[in-house]
Design a binder for this molecule. Structure first.
Ligand SMILES: [Zn+2]
Length: 391
């Protein structure tokens, strides 16, 4: 099966993050049902989803790890011109949910594994397929828990999020947070004697604006990013029941997208101090006044030095230097943090098409990714040493 035929199959599994990805993994395991492949599943707690780690090549040797997620974002309320979970050819492109983000990469990776079956690799090729990436890089954490303690660490990791086959060496990290404000509720006629939790929550709009101004003008900048500084974003305020009731509880959901070198502790301190301030000046009259700050989810940013030999290695595969950084997050930050291996983001298609109706990938992008893997297989047959990748 070539990468296009495999992509057709992969797209036909509606692996929206909220649903199971096990049918897709069954297909992958059937496709790779040869003794030459070793496959390991690492399940989610409820066993409805799993990560899959596939390996081919000498056991106990460190391999080149390809990494991709199997889940896709929903198609609800999107205006698709074709059935989203079928691969529809249209001119020089293929339309379908996940074609760009990121089943195109998985299809090319699987085609490369099939091609590797007839070769004798000195350096192994590994593929990690994760679940629940789209909802905060959840699934891969369980796989990494296993890899940290049991596996020979990979030599290098290529995360195949769509970069139009450019080589990216970095992305921002993300922290999702929730503030919960507790005031004193009651009849709205008594509002001046009560503590409106929604008003406490809305005071944070000013705090966020001040913090954003500081970040924008601060020293931590990286011009490789479209937004060259860390950002803070207020996403949702919730509270209140009816106009005649003073709300006693309100929540604010917000997000920080930070440069890898940002001092997050300092940022968190500022937020905690603001929460304490707002709590402080209401506490005298309302002892129950309280603001809780909670981290809901986070993943680290990624920065891989372009001075490392890995840059040259990637150039030999793609004819491109790692010179771009991507604005979206990937599993790369976690992989680099947990396994300590050089990690690069490079995959077919563009994130401009990701998460949208009529998501597509071009034939040319798939062909380029196939070409990168053909070159990689040549290198794996010859054998890759640690010095090819790290200084
Ligand atoms: Zn993705």
């Amino acid at each position: 099966m070539d990468s296009i035929a495999i992509l057709e199959k992969l797209v036909s599994f509606p692996t929206v993050s909220r649903d199971s990805n096990l049918d897709l993994l069954d297909f992958v395991e059937d496709l790779l049902s040869s003794k030459r492949f070793s496959t390991t599943r690492v399940y989610s707690e409820d066993k409805q989803k799993a990560n899959l780690l596939v390996k081919i090549g000498p056991e106990d040797e460190a391999g080149v790890l390809l990494s991709g997620h199997s889940d896709v974002v929903p198609v609800d309320n999107q205006d698709w011109s074709v059935p989203p979970f079928e691969l529809t050819p249209s001119g020089d492109k293929f339309i379908g949910r996940g074609t760009a983000d990121m089943k195109g990469f998985l299809a090319c990776s699987l085609a490369a594994l099939l091609a590797a079956k007839d070769k004798s690799l000195k350096t192994p090729l590994w593929l990690a397929i994760s679940y629940d990436e789209e909802v905060g890089c959840i699934g891969v954490r369980r796989l990494l828990d296993m890899m940290v303690v049991t596996e020979t660490k990979p030599l290098l990791c290529i995360v195949g999020e769509p970069t139009l086959m450019e080589v990216a060496n970095g992305h921002k990290g993300k922290v999702s947070l929730r503030l919960t404000c507790h005031g004193r509720g009651g009849h709205s006629a008594m509002a001046p004697h009560l503590l409106n939790a929604l008003l406490m929550a809305s005071e944070f709009a000013r705090v966020f604006r001040l913090i954003q101004d500081d970040l924008m003008r601060g020293d931590v900048q990286d011009e490789d990013y479209e937004i060259p500084f860390s950002s803070i974003h207020m996403a949702k305020i919730e509270g209140g029941i009816a106009a005649n009731i003073v709300p006693e509880r309100a929540t604010v959901d917000f997000e920080i997208r930070h440069l890898p070198k940002e001092n997050l502790d300092k940022l968190m301190e500022k937020l905690e101090r603001s929460a304490k301030d707002i709590e402080g000046y209401t506490k005298h009259d309302f002892p129950e006044s309280r603001i809780e700050l909670e981290v809901v989810n986070s993943y680290p940013g990624l920065i891989t030095s372009t001075k490392e030999p890995v840059a040259e290695f990637m150039q030999s595969l793609t004819d491109k230097n790692p010179t771009i950084k991507v604005s979206y997050g990937t599993e790369g930050g976690l992989i680099h943090e947990r396994l300590g291996v050089p990690t690069i983001i490079c995959g077919p298609g563009s994130m401009d098409q990701g998460h949208k109706a009529d998501e597509f990938i071009s034939r040319d992008q798939l062909a380029r990714c196939d070409r990168m893997f053909a070159r990689l297989l040549v290198r794996l047959e010859a054998g890759i040493s640690l010095t090819d990748i790290r200084s």
